[in-house]
Design a protein around this ligand. Sequence first.
Ligand code: AMP
Length: 190
Amino acid sequence: MLNLVLFGPPGAGKGTQADFLIQKFNLKHLSTGELLREQIASRTALGQEAELFMDKGFLVPDALVIEMIRTELQENKHENGYVFDGFPRTVDQAIALDELLTNIGSEVTAMLLLSVEKQELIKRLLNRSKTSGRADDQGPAIIENRIQEYNEKTRPIKDYYTAQNKFHRIAGVGTVADIAQRLIETVNKL
Ligand code: AMP
């Protein structure tokens, strides 16, 4: 199996690049952000709880997202592997993902960081807010919270994967096609 963790701050382009990777390597896309937005749209209990955190730009509690990924892995078996997009976002989630993959006889192959400067992220997110309809793209204060959550809780995951020799940094600037090419070259070398 090829299991890729696509990693980076909000606005780094994870969703866009995940689409390229799943097509190129025939993988399944698992985005916790998308799954949570589906739960909110369906007005489930999980969605209603998650919405309280998401709308303010804060991370949803680990237990909720870990359970969601556990269910997805059980219900959507995909023998080639997965692109995890927006998950894990804390070290505890990274530990849980290792356990979940060990249970199916597999592991994370690589963690790919899309690296983008803060000013560029803010510009992209404010631009996206015009069309995304996402509550958490609206306004600099919420965007600032999301970047802060990333710096405090998500960034330390880099050390977790570096210790396992699985960390790769990719410049997340230039055209979408340029970035996709860099990602594909990195994966081909794994
Ligand atoms: P995203 O679509 O990946 O930008 O995620 C949107 C929002 O969903 C985030 O700002 C968080 O509030 C929530 N979220 C998505 N994935 C996770 C996760 N793995 N852990 C905690 N919260 C998450």
